[in-house]
Design a protein around this ligand. Structure first.
Ligand code: AMP
Length: 506
């Protein structure tokens, strides 16, 4: 099918042509004709499928008739994160190049007054995160009863972030006669319920199940020891030995680990930025821009901050932590292998992650290969403890302190555990200098289907260690003194020779 068969206006078709798109993606092909008829659409699609244009293009066509009134936006797009909102704004800039439309962005972390001025002027398109929008509505600064089209994007992520009550409130503030375009990558029961409550006789459009959207991506599991030091060592090895490496998104499960991992990589001379929800908006945008324009090669991020971001050319996704939710895995690895390019997804797995891996394999309906090698992380030789030379960002090679640090990490693993392929990879690194190289043996191993080494979860446990309790964001809690007994407790106890006086008791 061609774009000009979808029913889009001339202005929109011209902009699409200028974007260089030749044919509509499946979600565009299936959703746009119905959206143009004014039907509600329930789109089950994740980012990377072209879903932003699937709602932006028909909206632009519809907006050609009519004008915005002060404080009464005509269309509303709800996004779970500020980055996604900014990305949709960008898409409107690109596809709406032939339209004179007023756009307004209502997101947290940006000055209220500037945003208010845009709303007061009258917005054709309002792109908002739920919290900031409700702030405006509660203060009487915006009226939502002129909304003709409502888009709820990334609904399952809204659920993860606790935004469903906000969405329900917003849906009640917009006229029931509006058209609703609703997108979600997955349909858990709460999302099904929400869509049933707020969509009228929708057309259901489902594009390739999450599983099949990762077809162009080579997925590999990598065993590692569980301590942060061991995991960071494994991470550095993966970066250094990666094949066809251009850049990588590195995912952590917890925000605070994003900072720790980022700082560690920086200390080791890598060109790296961080993206997580605690950073202010400016820092988040700056980190993203540096990654997009290649001035940093590595971006360490949390799920929420990175969800749905359109970064077209990511060669590697590395899961520093195995995600707790299988769907997050699909979203993370969906960042690589986009637009027909081949991608690589590496997941660092510790023994505690066995159940999460089971869930992931169930969701994607395939087994993921393990990287050849032992259970312990591979140590790095001192001479390769610096960043690969082609890492841009101007950081100099480090020595001294970093080597010392590398040495400290070596104490945790030790060469005796190394698999031959990994030892070869290291010697190749020495021969080729700092460039990320893969030893022939490892490259060969990666090409051939690997005999699946015994997976840790299927081995009988020598003794059943007690599972540590985890707090809400997944961090293991130490119970009592953990395994460590302070030396003062091991000292011999000298009992008092005299009986204790009665008044001293109690
Ligand atoms: P999205 O799923 O909306 O995040 O889009 C993913 C990427 O696909 C973006 O970089 C778009 O610019 C691109 N894209 C969207 N529609 C098309 C199309 N019809 N042909 C080629 N690329 C597209």
């Amino acid at each position: 099918m061609r774009f000009d068969e979808l029913g889009l206006s001339e202005k929109v078709l011209d902009a699409v042509k200028a974007s260089g798109y030749e044919t509509p993606t499946p979600i565009q092909e299936q959703a746009i004709p119905y959206a143009l008829q004014g039907r509600d659409v329930l789109g089950i699609a994740q980012t990377g499928t072209g879903k932003t244009a699937a709602f932006t293009l028909p909206m632009l066509s519809a907006l050609e008739k009519g004008r915005a009134r002060a404080r009464m936006p005509r269309t509303l797009i709800l996004e779970p994160t500020r980055e996604l909102a900014a990305q949709v704004e960008e898409a409107f800039g690109k596809y709406g190049i032939n339209h004179k439309l007023n756009l307004a962005l209502l997101i947290g972390g940006v000055s209220f007054s500037e945003q208010e001025a845009k709303i007061t002027r009258g917005a054709d398109v309002l792109i908002a995160t739920p919290g900031r929008l409700l702030d405006f509505a509660d203060r009487g600064k915006i009226l939502l009863n002129g909304i003709e089209i409502l888009v709820i994007d990334e609904a399952d992520r809204m659920l993860d972030m606790g935004f469903i009550p906000d969405i329900e409130r917003i849906c009640k503030l917009v006229p029931s006669t509006r058209q609703t375009l609703f997108f979600s990558a997955t349909m858990p029961p709460e999302i099904t319920r929400l869509s049933e409550a707020f969509l009228h006789n929708p057309v259901r459009v489902e594009v390739s199940r999450a599983a099949s959207t990762v077809e162009g991506t080579t997925q590999t599991l990598v065993r590692s020891g569980a301590s942060p030091e061991e995991k960071r060592t494994t991470l550095r090895r993966l970066i250094r030995t990666a094949n066809n490496f251009k850049n990588a998104l590195i995912f952590c499960n917890r925000k605070r680990d994003v900072q720790v991992v980022c700082r560690s990589l920086e200390k080791h001379g890598f060109s790296v930025g961080a993206l997580h929800g605690d950073l202010d908006q400016r820092s988040r945008m700056a980190a993203l821009d540096s990654f997009r324009n290649d001035s940093v090669q590595l971006l360490v991020c949390s799920d929420v901050a990175a969800r749905g971001l359109d970064i077209p050319d990511v060669s590697h996704v590395i899961n520093y932590d195995t995600p707790h939710h299988a769907e997050d895995y699909v979203h993370r690895i969906g960042r690589t292998g986009r637009a027909g390019k081949l991608g690589v997804a590496l997941t660092i797995v510790t023994r505690a992650d066995a159940r999460s891996i089971d869930e992931i394999e169930k969701l994607i309906a395939q087994k993921i290969e393990w990287q050849a090698g032992g259970d312990a992380p591979v140590d790095e030789p001192a001479e390769t403890a610096e960043a690969p030379r082609e890492h841009r960002g101007g950081r100099s090679r480090r020595s001294g302190g970093d080597r010392g640090r590398g040495g400290a990490e070596r104490a945790h693993s030790g060469h005796s555990h190394d698999a031959p392929a990994e030892r070869e990879a290291r010697s190749a690194e020495r021969v080729h200098g700092d460039r990320p190289q893969v030893a022939p043996a490892e490259r060969e191993a990666a090409r051939k289907p690997q005999p699946r080494p015994e997976e840790p979860r299927r081995q009988p446990r020598p003794e059943a260690p007690r599972r540590p309790r985890r707090d809400d964001d997944g961090e293991a809690r130490v119970i009592g003194l953990g395994d460590h007994v302070p030396s003062f407790l091991l000292r011999p106890v000298r009992l008092p020779t005299k009986p204790v006086p009665a008044e001293a008791e109690d």
